[in-house]
Design a binder for this molecule. Sequence first.
Ligand SMILES: [Zn+2]
Length: 276
Amino acid sequence: MDSIQTYFYRAQDMRGDELVILFHKGEVLLRNDEFLWPSKVLEELDKAWYPLLLVGEFKARRIVALNLPHDWVQEDFTVARASPRTLLLRHAFDDFTAVGRANQLINWYDSHRFCGSCGANTLAHKNDRALVCTACNATYYPRINPCIIVLVTKGEQFLLARHNRGNASYSSCLAGFMEVGETPEETVKREVMEEVGIEVDNIRYIKSQSWPFPSQLMLGFFADYKAGELCVDGIEIAEARWYSKEDLPEMPSAGISVAGQLIALFLQGLNETKNA
Ligand SMILES: [Zn+2]
């Protein structure tokens, strides 16, 4: 079988021109600040740790990921390490895509070694990127969790909130996970009401982004303010207020997140309207 048909590599499946992303305890191992390793690095590592997970083809090179066991020690293997989040801040998002996908696959693989239905071991699916229970045949595919992220606007003003989570220093768009049975537009309405107590309408889908911390799909929207007074719960959201292009807080970068891109698009739209 051609190894591209399998999403789980063994050492003998390697062609030799693959690039490898190495994870250990949730961090990415770096060499000369670079996260892609030539496949010969695997010769220095214990073969018992396979399989490698196929990440995909990026810039015409096949990339695989390997999660080193927790008790691996770094002797004779001089490397630096960084969290996937840190790498996102250092690299443009396009370059980061491979690490993001690898991070999601590693997390999925690690958390599905046993069947959620019966508790037996799982094994790699023969053809699909999936794990199959050895006892009851339940099949586990990598799961993506859809979230909405929304820039609420009122004329030339836009709403940003500062989260309590992680003592965030910057303000951003409102966001939240979709609940079972919701459409994304319903999630937008519910999240905005829950987080800041206002009604919105004219909800427009703008763009999306895979957000691999650990496995969100961010669906980005604009929405218009409709009614109500801002009222934050103080638990999830520390502060929320209307900003304008003359009054900008510390914000997420458009090079990194869809939140930053939504804000940039809105500001660009204001400029274009003014110059038209
Ligand atoms: Zn099972």
